[in-house]
Ligand binder design. Structure first.
Ligand SMILES: [Zn+2]
Length: 207
């Protein structure tokens, strides 16, 4: 990853594709959000990544809650990010990955991730060292959190914009984005559905 430098100019958004989410307005405070994901020197990396992941997950839960009135089984019969990207749900209880309506997928995601983040074998609260499986599990949670943002931007951006919540969505997504890029927790391939938006927000951080 390139060393962070503040861009002098904001890269022009790519043309074509999902035009709506590229109209997202730049919000104030981007530099602060970028700085906020940096690990303080007094905190070890696993502890920092765990605590930030919890905050970022809670922000995504609020996004899920916010779109719950407009994202229904009728509007969104499967969890998707555009016409060609469909996300199947899988966890310890599913025999085969399931294609679920978006609200059901997000509900399962919130319950599943909540249980993981409360699991003290994974995230000990007594000062014990974090286990080696912590990072892969947090990466998996964050990959799925990305899908919430992808769905919200691609399918519900206009209504989010019209309701005045665009800046809030952008702030939360930037927090997620700068964090996962800082610690290499989600690959660009996995975030392709929002590639144009990501390059607008963090083009200088991406090779
Ligand atoms: Zn939806």
């Amino acid at each position: 990853m390139k060393k962070e430098t503040m861009p002098q100019t904001i890269p022009a958004p790519h043309r074509g594709g999902h035009v709506l989410h590229l109209q997202a307005q730049e919000t104030l405070g981007t530099a602060d959000i970028r700085a906020s994901v940096k690990r303080p020197s007094t905190v070890d990396e696993d502890t920092w990544i765990a605590s930030q992941s919890k905050v970022i997950f809670e922000e995504a839960v609020r996004v899920v809650s916010f779109i719950s009135d407009i994202c229904t089984e009728r509007t969104c019969p499967c969890m998707s990010a555009g016409e060609k990207v469909h996300y199947h749900w899988a966890d310890e209880t599913t025999a085969v990955p399931e294609l679920l309506p978006a609200p059901q997928y997000m509900r399962r995601l919130v319950e599943w991730a909540d249980a993981k983040l409360l699991d003290q074998d994974l995230l000990p609260l007594d000062g014990s060292p974090m286990p080696p499986e912590l990072r892969p599990v947090l990466s998996q949670i964050l990959r799925r959190v990305f899908r919430v943002y992808a769905h919200a931007y691609v399918h519900h951006f206009q209504l989010i914009h019209d309701s005045g919540a665009e800046a809030h969505l952008n702030c939360n997504f930037k927090h997620f984005l700068f964090f996962v890029l800082e610690f290499n927790l989600v690959t660009m391939d996995e975030m392709l559905p929002l590639d144009g938006l990501i390059r607008k927000f963090a083009g200088d951080l991406i090779q």
